[in-house]
Ligand binder design. Structure first.
Ligand code: GDP
Ligand code: ZN
Length: 466
């Protein structure tokens, strides 16, 4: 059911800006706009062509509220597929509110979060995964996640899924047909072709499911555990990486809470730094809980930065080398970078000496001064080298949405059941049931199958005005 009332909302961020855009969508959007707008050329909005721009004033009875530009988009050639106007007004919150309130009095309704995009979906302008990509696009804060969202909005993998679903549907109807002729024992659906299709679908589903790991990391940031005793300079390093003061730096040991997460964008890739305590052997109960937590954090991380303070390392090198080996043994596959910080406190020779001692461990080593910004750039590059964005560069489709991932897993499960049924000569009626299930999960991704609850959930996550 497609609603016909006209909705209004601020399309630009709330607060004051140079300009603000107020958007109205609905059958009567242009008519309502016309009742509050007086063009400087005395033209009626209702007689104007689509995709035109008009200068004039918003008038509340006799009072002029603002000088504005109004754009007209006639349905179906608009974002929502409905008649739409956008009023670009001056950005004061007072003006924004006055105009919106005026429009509400003239018959508009305040839009719910995501309602513009919901209407675009209901009017067939976007499929569901494209609509969800709009939300991702708005919230994307780094180049990589932006790229994925754009790709998905343009169709991304939902085109591929929709096409496979259609082919599957084809076979489903042939098999349904066989059921109608059950006594005659005919086969309309070519079993070899069907098997080939199932293999193709399975391959695509598996690829998409695998891409989720990459996609999720890119969307949420690559988790980096930053391990080190209090005061080795973890927060200072984060600040240096960030180039601004955001993490808390403190002179007192132990003031960093046990885990703090900080997000940084380095070279267009989002990183999520998880600040954790060191792992030295200890009798202290509280501290040993900390160590357990540290191990958990390392487990979850994609890269581990192990920080030491240069002066202490110089004195306690053998002790620390045991620690490093312990981590290496515990997490043999985890990329580990040992970072010796505060090298501004050592001589060239002392630094060389430390490097020599660590050479035998065959680990990645960076010597830096977070405070004096020495070696930080190298460390950045080191971090970037761990990022597998090959998939992005090859423009391969990446799944970032948990709901899609879930549906893909379920679809794969059903497809494998169908395949097994085919290989074991399962009766057509039972196979038809599994096919139906698979079709359902495919449809859940593209929105060909929906329910109100699902739509409500997705669009409630949008901001108002989108
Ligand atoms: P955290 O507890 O590991 O997060 O350590 P902080 O970042 O809070 O730093 C502890 C202290 O070490 C602060 O006084 C910093 O200014 C100092 N510090 C951090 N990095 C360096 C460095 O490269 N050289 C020197 N000399 N001092 C540093
Ligand atoms: Zn800290």
């Amino acid at each position: 059911m497609i609603p016909h009332d006209s909705i209004v909302a601020l399309a630009t961020p709330s607060g004051a800006g140079a300009i603000a855009v107020i958007r109205i969508s609905g059958e009567d959007a242009i008519t309502i706009g016309n009742t509050v707008f007086r063009s400087i050329k005395n033209k009626e909005l209702t007689t104007q062509k689509t995709h035109t721009l008009h200068l004039g004033h918003i008038i509340d009875d006799t009072k002029t509220l603002d000088e504005v530009l109004v754009s007209i988009f006639k349905g179906p050639n608009s974002y929502t597929g409905e008649n739409t106007i956008e009023i670009s007004c001056h950005g004061s919150t007072y003006i924004q509110q006055q105009i919106i309130q005026l429009l509400l009095r003239k018959g508009c309704r305040m839009a719910d979060p995501g309602e513009f995009t919901l209407r675009a979906f209901l009017n067939g302008k976007l499929d569901l995964s494209q609509a969800e990509a709009v939300a991702d696009l708005i919230s994307s804060d780094n180049e990589a996640s932006h790229q994925i969202a754009m790709q998905q909005m343009r169709g991304g993998f939902s085109n591929e899924i929709a096409k496979l679903r259609e082919e599957l549907l084809n076979f489903a109807s042939l098999i349904e047909l066989e059921l109608d002729f059950a006594e005659e024992d005919v086969e309309f659906a070519d079993r070899t072709q069907f098997h080939e299709l199932l293999n193709r679908i399975e391959f695509v589903l598996k690829r998409l499911i695998d891409s989720f790991a990459v996609g999720n990391v890119i969307k949420n940031g690559i988790p980096v555990a930053i391990v080190g005793e209090p005061n080795v300079g973890k927060s200072t390093l984060l600040n240096a990486l960030l180039n601004e003061e955001r993490a808390i730096v403190s002179e007192i040991a132990g003031t960093t809470r046990d885990t703090i997460e900080d997000e940084l964008v380095i070279g267009g890739i989002g990183f999520r730094f998880i600040d954790t305590a060191g792992i030295r052997e200890t009798e202290d109960v509280v501290e040993s809980i900390g160590i357990r937590k540290t191990f958990e954090k390392i487990e979850q991380a994609q890269v581990v930065l192990y920080l030491f303070e240069s002066l202490k390392f110089k004195v306690q090198s053998s002790e620390y080398i045991i620690e490093i080996e312990k981590i290496k043994n515990q997490f043999p596959l985890k990329p580990l970078v040992v970072v010796i910080n505060k090298i501004d406190l050592l001589s060239e020779n002392e630094i060389l000496n430390i490097r020599k001692q660590l050479e035998t461990l065959s680990i990645k080593l960076e010597t830096i001064s977070a405070k004096e910004n020495i070696g930080v750039e190298n460390l950045k590059n080191q971090l970037l080298s761990f990022v597998n964005t090959g998939a992005l560069r090859n423009n391969e489709t990446i799944v970032t949405n948990t709901r899609h991932y879930d549906s893909l897993l379920k679809a794969l499960d059903e497809i494998q059941k169908v395949k097994f049924g085919l290989e074991t000569n399962l009766s057509s009626d039972l196979m038809a049931l599994d096919i139906k299930e698979a079709l359902y999960h495919f449809g859940m991704i593209t929105g060909q199958v929906t329910n109100d609850e699902l739509l409500g959930n997705i669009f409630a996550n949008f901001c108002i005005g989108k």
